[in-house]
Design a binder for this molecule. Sequence first.
Ligand SMILES: [Zn+2]
Ligand SMILES: [Zn+2]
Ligand SMILES: [Zn+2]
Length: 194
Amino acid sequence: MKNKSTTEETEYKCPECGEMIVRRKGISKHTGKEYDFFACSDYPDCEKTFGVLDDDTPDFDGKLRSKAEESKYECPECGKPLVRRQGISKSTKKEYDFFACSGYPECKKTFDVLDDDTPDFDGKLRPKTEASKHKCPECGKLLVRKKGVSKKTGKEYDFFACSGYPDCEESFSVTDDDQPDFGIVDEENDTVEK
Ligand SMILES: [Zn+2]
Ligand SMILES: [Zn+2]
Ligand SMILES: [Zn+2]
């Protein structure tokens, strides 16, 4: 029952049954692309397979499969350790890292990765505020640029909000030339003193 046509012998042994492991080629169901993997030579009696790690060794620990790395941080919600995972952004289609609670699916907490590789416990990244040079026409405080998610479309959008929040709840949409849309204010006269 052994199919030797596309198999390559290796020096590794199956951790399950002790038989030799062979390297094979498969076709990914998701991408249609060929990929290499390690399989137990005792197949079909033993169905163990392993991904190929960067250093060409079998992925005995399932590192590739789960793509989750335990971190030294704890979930502030339930106290379980956070794991670092990789996801694909729906908007940019790019891979990104994030921290997720290992208590998933009971605890669905996730955190962005800050510049210093720590979990974004304070939601610093999420609101993405950026100070602007524009002043609030209502109270004179500086406006900050924020990101919000539209309830209607589910899309991210930028807006300007007063840094005096929550005392001042003024906010403005962003015009085509990246200015706060003060509405009725004249183009030349976009700084309004109180
Ligand atoms: Zn085996
Ligand atoms: Zn948790
Ligand atoms: Zn204000």
